[in-house]
Design a binder for this molecule. Structure first.
Ligand code: HEM
Length: 451
């Protein structure tokens, strides 16, 4: 694909209006892998599972996290050299330091905390109330990740951090944010202001006494940067980058996955009824705990299918650091590569009737038939999401606690829009109405009356 400068602007606007459709048209026209130079960079876009396997797994050493290009530049501004963005020795060292916080036994310990925070939110909700479910999920997951990973009760700070992130996201999705740094636009100025707010919260955490109070992850990170020989500003900056990465990667995606799940459940009462039946049978009115999870089989299928239709990390960007051959095509050194997970997940070759919401695709038997790298909401290969098990544990517990007590109903006129900026998110939130489900006591009473 090549562009005339004017048609590039026109195309950029069309993509911004309907990214899913525009990219799908490209794939239909050019095939599974196409080259589309963009603002002076060579960009290869792909969606075929075999090609994805090459880039993320088999030839992963030839593809690194990028630092140039539109999305990468913005991501670096926000996350710096944190775990999501770093490469080489720095990445390996930091991954080793952070990994223990995500071990199985650490995760089991987070479960009661997740349930407690969820119940606290639910206690403040009532039948008939209308909420912005996207915002509610976002606040909840930010609180949980702050407490679980860093033992922080970020109450006022959660609000500030959440608002700064929302402002950054809003500015980021404007075309103006794509302009080079030397050509400032109002959107860029807003993004920079939001970034300063994010930094203010994170540096206040870094400078607080709790940073050195013996907490395992914080002290591991601190020890790690010290042994890496960084001091002063460099050390603070690396810590800032890891904290911002874990705060952001650790809450946005999970919150979005849950919001999409609530939306889909409201549209599919038969799925919701089956989910409720499982929850009522497995939990019998109890608050869930970690031992219930293996039996919440259908709930997990629901989440997996929601993340197929709406993968929160909808693209994976890479840069080719050594010439590679993928699916018979040459990818030159320094070219950008974009893995379009969203389009892989919506491809009828791997998922029949791909637009249909059908959790049965993830039943034990059906799941095994999905080709490798055709379903990858958490990525693949060595850069697989470090928080995958944490996210599934958290999402399952939030789903179970909430669906046990409430049905979330669509609000007439409220539409789900898609914002495809840093992550795939509901555009302008999502209003839903709460309907309290009859409690177990009501069920028992009703069945006694019926007999
Ligand atoms: C539903 C929730 C989540 C989804 C869909 C998701 C998705 C992903 C994906 C696709 C990647 C790979 C990116 C790439 O290859 O370019 C990734 C990486 C990462 N995720 Fe997640 N994630 C989720 C939850 C979490 C949570 C809860 C945490 C932390 C608490 C987390 C922290 C990270 C980090 C630090 C990386 C970078 C890992 C590395 O490169 O070594 N994520 N995530």
């Amino acid at each position: 694909v090549t562009y005339h400068p004017l048609s590039l602007l026109r195309y950029a606007k069309r993509v911004q209006r309907d990214p899913v459709q525009r990219i799908a048209e490209r794939f239909d026209r050019y095939g599974d892998l196409y080259r589309a130079p963009f603002l002076g960079r060579d960009v290869y876009v792909l969606r075929h599972p075999a090609h994805i396997q090459d880039v993320l797994v088999t030839q992963a050493q030839r593809f690194e996290k990028p630092s140039a290009g539109l999305m990468a530049r913005q991501l670096r501004r926000l996350l710096g050299e944190g775990l999501l963005n770093s490469n080489g020795e720095l990445w390996r060292r930091q991954r080793r330091l952070i990994q223990p916080a995500f071990r199985k036994e650490s995760l089991r310990a987070y479960a009661p905390l997740i349930v407690e925070h969820t119940c606290r939110v639910l206690e403040g909700l009532h039948d008939g109330q209308q909420i912005d479910v996207a915002q509610t999920m976002m606040r909840l997951t930010l609180r949980i990740v702050s407490k679980a990973l860093f033992e922080l009760e970020l109450d006022g700070e959660v609000e500030r951090f959440g608002q700064a992130m929302a402002a950054f996201r809003a500015a980021f999705s404007r075309l103006g944010a794509a302009l080079p740094d030397w050509l400032p636009s109002p959107a860029q100025r807003r993004a920079l202001r939001a970034l300063a707010d994010v930094d203010a919260v994170v540096y206040s955490v870094i400078d607080s006494p709790r940073m050195r109070s013996g907490h395992h992850l914080l002290s591991a990170l601190l020890g790690g940067v010290e042994s890496g020989g960084m001091v002063g500003a460099g050390q603070r900056k690396q810590l800032r980058d890891e904290l911002v990465t874990l705060f952001i990667a650790g809450h946005e995606t999970t919150a979005n996955a849950l919001t999409f799940t609530w939306h889909l459940l409201a549209q599919h009462p038969e799925v919701e009824a089956k989910l409720h039946a499982e929850l009522d049978q497995v939990l019998a009115g109890r608050v869930p705990d970690v031992n219930d999870l293996p039996r919440l089989v259908y709930a997990e299928q629901v989440l997996s299918e929601a993340m197929r239709l709406y993968p929160p990390a909808y693209v994976l960007p890479r840069v080719c650091v050594e010439e590679a051959w993928v699916g018979g095509y040459r990818i030159p050194k320094d070219a950008d590569v974009i893995v379009r997970i969203y389009h892989t997940h919506h491809d009828a070759r791997w998922f029949a009737e791909p637009e249909r919401f059908d959790p049965e695709r993830f039943s034990h038997d059906n799941r095994r038939r999905i080709p490798p790298c055709a379903y990858l909401p958490f990525g693949a290969g060595s850069r697989l999401c470090i928080g995958k098990n944490f996210a599934m544990l958290e999402a399952l517990l939030i789903l179970a606690c909430t669906a046990q007590q409430f049905s979330l109903r669509a609000v007439p006129g409220a539409r789900l829009g898609l914002d495809m900026a840093l992550t795939l998110a509901p555009k302008d939130g999502l209003a839903m109405r709460l309907e309290r489900r009859p409690s177990r006591a009501d069920f028992t009473l009703r069945s006694q009356l019926a007999t």
